[in-house]
Design a protein around this ligand. Structure first.
Ligand code: FES
Ligand SMILES: [Fe+2]
Length: 465
């Protein structure tokens, strides 16, 4: 008796064929190239060439904090003179964890024999050693450069000689009055699942449409809606950006007989995403940009942390501004379904992104997937990432020094009357392409001119193609 059918195709398409499905549930090497981010691994080395957020400023208190990032055990602290230290967790002397260290005016002191480390890992004192010891010159604790920016601690964990500038985006300061509010969220799954979720936009029309809910209280259901516009099945196109170091998609939807909504979402490799309005309203939006900037950071293979900022200002989600106090450590101000803090019953009755992503298995198995046309974005993302990891992208993806980078991410609502039959879909496609073109034009302009140019060109588009 054999459980093997003659072809995998037959095996996969056989009704009541569970008996014949014996999938290999181990992660193949080809998938580890993208999913595994430990030291020395292809993705791990690639990610270490970029600044990565590692925790929120509010987590730094008078005691040090142990963290795990990119499979490395580290300790992070702010010394009493205000400098940020990010050191390997285990003391170079005999391995005691520096999470039990004592934060000093300058650096951190190991609790066991008192070795005092500066933020760059230099040993300043060895109280148990003779005063003429040469050990201080020959030992350095592993350390990484780190700094704080708007409530997030960023670190560079790559080779010191390859340290890039921290990328500044226009959206961090525009529109005027923008406030960046930091948050983090933990996910019990591989980092790539969360990164891919953001380019997998079709799910919005299903997962966030209450289709999966039939016995749930109204308040909980309302908390899972992303806004009326998201209920429409979008027309989506994906485009590589930034010399192959990023990917955007445009999602076009007709939201009224006279209105089309074009939403652009941007991913910049290795793990940054900027998303537009979280509570879009077709009636109110004209042209707005980023509502959330976030990095998907591997903790280890089966855990990841999102760290980022919600952008609050008068233009993007103004009714939502009061929610800044709901953002923080492992907390975000929208969508219960984003976080792990719900009961199993709630998760089953109203599953959200958290459940969809983490239940793909701890590390999703790409070789067992059956992708369709709607997965072009996810598969394009993987291919571009693979090329970038292998050094095949036409540039290294780092921002030029001193320049603020444009963002493609935006919501634009244009008045374009409905057309008959399939022509309306074509109108959506063409309008989205024009909006992408406009954002690409902005890419070529100095920062101060970009927004004005986008608004002017969108006005030309408004009312008719
Ligand atoms: S183990 Fe840290 S000083 Fe001895
Ligand atoms: Fe989602």
């Amino acid at each position: 008796m054999s459980r093997v059918l003659e072809t995998p195709r037959k095996r996969d398409s056989l009704p009541y064929g569970g008996y014949y499905r014996h999938d290999d549930e181990s992660v193949p090497k080809s998938e580890r190239e993208l999913t595994h981010a430990g030291p020395g691994s292809p993705m791990g080395e690639y990610m270490r060439r970029f600044w990565q957020p590692v925790c929120l400023s509010q987590e730094l208190t008078d005691v040090p904090k142990a963290i795990r990032i990119l499979h490395e055990d580290l300790v992070v602290f702010r010394d009493r003179s205000g400098r940020i230290g990010l050191l390997h967790l285990h003391c170079s002397h005999r391995g005691t964890s520096l999470e039990f260290g004592i934060v000093q005016q300058r650096g951190i002191r190991c609790c066991y024999h008192g070795w005092l480390y500066d933020v760059d890992g230099t040993v300043l004192e060895m109280p148990c050693e003779p005063s003429d010891t040469r050990l201080k010159q020959t030992v350095c604790q592993g350390a990484y450069p780190a700094f704080e920016r708007d409530g997030i601690v960023f670190a560079y964990m790559g080779p010191p000689e390859a340290k890039p500038v921290f990328p500044e985006y226009d959206a961090y300061r525009m529109p005027a009055g923008t406030r960046l509010v930091p948050f983090s969220n933990l996910y019990a799954c591989n980092w790539l699942q969360v990164y891919e979720n953001l380019i997998d936009h079709f799910h919005s029309a299903v997962l966030h449409n209450n289709m999966t809910v039939d016995s749930i209280d109204a308040e909980l259901a309302a908390g899972l809606n992303l806004g009326e516009g998201f209920r429409e099945m979008p027309v989506i196109e994906w485009h590589a950006t930034r010399n192959g170091n990023g990917l955007i998609f445009s999602a076009a939807r007709r939201v009224a007989d006279d209105r089309i909504w074009i939403r652009i979402t941007e991913q910049n490799f290795p793990n940054f995403v900027a998303t537009a309005s979280l509570v879009p309203s077709a009636a109110r939006l004209r042209h707005t940009t980023v509502a959330m900037s976030r990095w998907q950071v591997p903790v280890d293979d089966e855990n990841m942390i999102v760290l980022g900022w919600r952008h609050f200002n008068d233009e993007i989600d103004p009714d939502h501004m009061g929610c800044a106090e709901d953002c923080g450590v492992d907390r975000i101000d929208f969508l219960d379904g984003q976080t792990r803090h719900r009961t199993y019953d709630e998760k089953q009755r109203a599953p959200g992104d958290y459940e969809a992503m983490t239940s793909q298995r701890p590390v999703a198995l790409h070789h067992l997937e059956h992708p369709g046309k709607s997965d072009v974005g996810v598969y394009t993302c993987r291919q571009l990432l693979r090329d970038a990891v292998r050094g095949k992208a036409s540039s290294n993806g780092h921002a030029p020094a001193g320049e603020s980078l444009p963002v493609y991410t935006s919501d634009s609502v244009l008045r374009l009357p409905r057309r008959e039959g399939p022509e309306d879909r074509e109108l959506l496609v063409q309008t989205a392409r024009r909006v992408v073109e406009i954002m690409r034009e902005c890419d070529e302009l100095p920062s101060a001119e970009r927004n004005e140019h986008a608004l002017k060109r969108l006005d030309e588009l408004d009312g008719g193609l």
